[in-house]
Design a protein around this ligand. Structure first.
Ligand code: FAD
Ligand code: GLY
Length: 370
């Protein structure tokens, strides 16, 4: 009989995990309290951008992100093939801009360590920038140009992942209400709010910002908490933007559908996904310094999502030492879309017995806080 894996949470991490497991022949069930992709994953800007996101020195998190980026081209083709859905994946490259000559030194040290990981990024001066991105402000003095960074249209990507899972035979239960774990040591039993129960051989916890609710159940510390990201989008119209644009203030991502996504705040607001005037006006105030044409525009859409942040910034990935049938895959904070490919395959490696490389296993151990 096939081993049966239950995945708790149908965000991008739960869906990618279910996709990887199902194509390796496991029986998989996803339990999702609302709708798949309805939380952080559907709200994301979709950047696959480890160089732009991780500006400090490299660590196991950076190498995990980079490895996922390098898997993504093939991964997204696999998802398209299995789902029959052609979502946007654009190899746009990125420009990380600065406005002062004195900031160029910081760019140089940033690309110096990135090059050790095979990056072909380079610093481009104002004149070359104008050729790459004609609408960029004259205030920009230089930028790091990273060819490797790309992006997906996150809402369509999660729909495609869900469809790929369904086509692979994954059982998906949505709108279950909050699932509780009734028993897990000798036998695994999960219950919906209405009392329906589900059993399985192993459990993968992919419940994102809500993962901390399971602390008491497993008697370990799960320091995952929600950080709200408020974000907005513009209609581009006649104006053209070619790259992912980032600065110390935030990012702008041009989408194939003619919109420009501008993110994002990082605020503590519990589990609220309300959009505030303050959150959006902060974006609107800095973005025109990068793209002056935005002065004449107003966002047509605003929204927010809850990033699953952790105490040390690393995800919880791996199984419990004494109960290897309980696996955590949560806490991907700002990079869950990027990390979906690597995480899905890593969980499938754990289940199939290959495991993680020792450095990753240690750094992301789910019991490291306990
Ligand atoms: P979620 O998508 O939140 O999924 C968790 C799911 O678990 C939810 O659907 C929830 O309903 C379900 N759940 C929780 N508890 C239970 C329970 N008890 N029973 C049943 N179901 C449960 N990442 C990038 O890589 N690139 C980006 O450009 C990017 N941009 C972002 C922009 C914004 C504004 C935000 C908010 C995030 C962004 N991120 C980005 C981060 C990314 O969205 C997250 O890291 C990722 O979505 C986390 O995925 P997840 O599956 O862990 O969480
Ligand atoms: N990675 C972009 C964000 O989390 O806003």
């Amino acid at each position: 009989m096939k081993e049966h894996i239950v995945v708790l949470g149908g965000g991008v991490i739960g869906l990618a995990t279910a996709f990887s497991l199902s194509r390796r022949g496991y029986e998989v069930t996803i339990l999702e309290k609302t709708t798949c992709g309805g939380q952080a994953s559907g709200a994301a800007a979709g950047m696959l951008a480890p160089y732009s996101e991780i500006s400090e020195d490299p660590d196991p998190f950076f190498t995990f992100c980079l490895s996922s980026l390098r898997m993504f081209k093939e991964w997204q083709q696999d998802v398209k093939h299995a789902s029959g859905i052609d979502f946007e994946y654009t190899e746009s490259g990125s420009l990380h801009v600065v406005y002062h000559e004195s900031d160029i030194l910081a760019l140089e040290s940033r690309i110096a360590w990135q090059k050790q990981f095979g990056s072909e990024a380079e610093i481009v001066d104002h004149n070359r920038l104008k050729a790459l991105e004609p609408n960029l402000s004259d205030d920009v003095v230089a930028a790091i140009h990273s060819n490797e960074e790309s992006h997906v249209f996150a809402p369509d990507y999660v729909i495609a992942l869900k469809t790929a899972c369904e086509n692979n035979g994954v059982n998906i239960y949505e709108n279950t209400g909050s699932i509780t774990v009734e028993s897990w040591i000798s036998s695994l039993v999960l219950k919906t709010e209405e009392g329906a129960s589900f059993t399985g051989d192993r459990l993968v916890i992919c419940s994102g910002a809500w993962s901390n609710e399971l602390e008491e159940t497993f008697d370990i510390r799960i320091p995952v908490f929600p950080i709200r990201g408020q974000i907005c989008a513009y209609e581009l119209g006649q104006e053209k933007v070619n790259h992912i644009l980032t600065s110390s203030q935030g990012y702008l991502v041009p989408k194939e559908n003619g919109t420009l996504v501008n993110g994002a705040s990082e605020d503590i607001a519990g589990f609220s996904t309300t959009v505030t005037e303050k959150g959006i006006s902060r974006l609107v105030n800095w973005n025109k310094r990068m793209l002056p044409f935005l002065e004449r525009k107003t966002p047509f859409h605003t929204w927010a999502g809850l990033r699953p942040a952790t105490q040390d910034g690393f995800p919880l990935l791996g199984s419990l030492e004494e109960h290897p049938h309980i696996i955590f895959a949560t806490g991907h904070y700002r990079n869950g879309i990027l990390l979906s490919a690597k995480t899905g395959e890593a969980v499938a490696d754990i289940v199939s017995g290959t495991g993680l490389d020792p450095e990753t296993a240690r750094a992301f151990h789910p019991e490291r806080f306990s």
